[in-house]
Write a protein that binds this ligand. Structure first.
Ligand code: SAH
Length: 399
């Protein structure tokens, strides 16, 4: 089969041969005049050798996203079905269980489906469309996903900043099947939560932290825990289930805290007696507590939003990470635990550890790293696509 050809500049073929899925405009010598944006193109070296196949978008910095490196593989319905099934099989075998029915089903580039993110919540799916190539095929993909999973409905929540760079606007709504009538109940490692697929932040629940919640909770027996950037209190529920005495949740979103209270109740905990919900800015509150010399905690969990949005604000982001870690270290009892995360892809695990090191030096606290944490296995990273790595965390003992 032959698709319209994109010709690379001389010497720019190595990443394509190594199966990196992105081709930036700077690597391209010539685009096919006949192909409209979104269609399938063949990518060839400067010498004309066939290298890969993907979809085109001239409006994007990333002009081609690659789907296949096999010359005889057509990008047809069978292709999409096989790729989706491959992603689904991994989750069904390694993640889904009687205890867990919320997980990422398709993880974009790292599932060799660039631009497509799908989350599975009980009987429903949520799709995020990041590129024009997927946008043009989303209806067929949604129907395939319903057929392959047996789910009741699939909702689109494409609010990614990324879409602007693809010439797309935000889109939400039902794609196929039926919409849930309200928030739906989900299970994570045997604990109970609800997700509002149409209103929740991101796609409603951070499944990338599933295993980390269990790892962190293992250290909180009998302790007073501070869960900063709590969102809907998932770390708090895990901590109380693992025997924490009390959890203080802090988040700037009152709505998230309200859902968090409901999550505590759902799991049999008393949100007034066993927990406290504080609406406000973590930086300000921790500074106030330091000045007021409040009683230190046995454990502090820091799971902030992505501070580093781009290289331009990386320095500022690093100062933010250092500052909250420094403040938290000052509010932990000797022998207590700091569980600290960064979900900024631009901050590598190495760099994050250096930031925590800097915070420990400034806080004058000896810190031991007990565990290194990453995103869960339903958020795999294709080894050809290191950009897929974003979540990292450390469980530290503070002496
Ligand atoms: N730990 C959560 C996910 C946290 S997402 C979980 O396990 O589900 C990040 C959260 O930080 C969001 O809920 C957002 O409302 C909150 N947030 C962002 N900036 C904040 C700030 N400066 N102070 C307090 N909360 C903040």
């Amino acid at each position: 089969m032959n698709e319209p050809s994109v010709i690379l500049k001389a010497g720019r073929d190595k990443p394509v041969r190594q199966q990196h899925p992105w081709i930036f405009s700077g690597a391209i010598e010539r685009l096919p005049t006949e192909a409209v944006d979104g269609t399938i193109v063949d990518v060839r070296s400067a010498g004309g050798e066939w290298l890969a196949r993907g979809y085109l978008n001239r409006k994007s910095q990333i002009q081609v996203r690659l789907l296949s490196w096999q010359a005889d593989e057509a990008i047809d319905n069978t292709f999409w079905q096989t790729r989706l099934q491959r992603a689904i099989t991994a989750r069904q075998r390694f993640v889904a269980s009687a205890e867990t029915n919320a997980y990422r089903l398709v993880n974009g580039e790292s599932d060799y489906l660039p631009g497509l993110i799908v989350d599975h919540y009980a009987d429903y799916l949520v799709m995020q469309v990041g590129t024009l190539g997927i946008e043009q095929r989303k209806q067929a993909l949604a129907e395939l996903l319903l057929a392959l999973t047996g789910c009741k409905g699939i909702i689109e929540r494409s609010e990614l900043a990324l879409r602007r760079q693809e010439g797309l606007t935000a889109t939400t709504g039902l794609l196929a099947g039926v919409a849930p009538t309200g928030p739906i109940a989900i299970r994570e490692l045997g604990l109970h939560y609800q997700v509002d697929l149409e209103q929740g932040q991101k796609s409603g629940f951070y499944t990338d932290q599933r295993e980390n919640r269990r790892r962190v909770a293992a250290y909180c027996q009998g302790g007073r825990v501070l869960n900063a950037f709590s969102y809907t209190a998932a770390f708090a529920v895990h901590a109380l289930a693992a025997g924490a005495q009390h959890v203080t949740n802090i988040d700037s979103s009152v709505d998230a805290l309200t859902v968090g209270e409901e999550h505590l109740r759902r799991n049999g905990f008393d949100p007034d007696r066993q927990a406290e919900q504080i609406a406000g800015d973590v930086f300000t509150i921790l500074r106030d507590w330091r000045n007021e010399k409040v009683e230190p905690f046995d454990m502090i969990i820091l799971d902030p939003p992505k501070f580093a949005q781009s290289r331009d604000n990386l320095d500022r982001a690093l100062r933010g990470y250092k500052e909250i870690n420094r403040l938290a270290l000052g509010l932990i009892k000797p022998g207590g635990i700091l569980a600290t995360f960064s979900c900024s892809g631009l901050v590598s695990a190495d760099l994050f550890q250096k930031v925590v090191f800097g915070a420990a030096v400034d806080a004058h606290r000896p810190v031991q790293v007990l565990e290194w944490l990453r995103q869960g296995s339903d958020h795999p990273i294709a080894i050809t696509f290191p950009e897929g790595e974003y979540l990292k965390g450390l469980i530290c003992r503070v002496l």
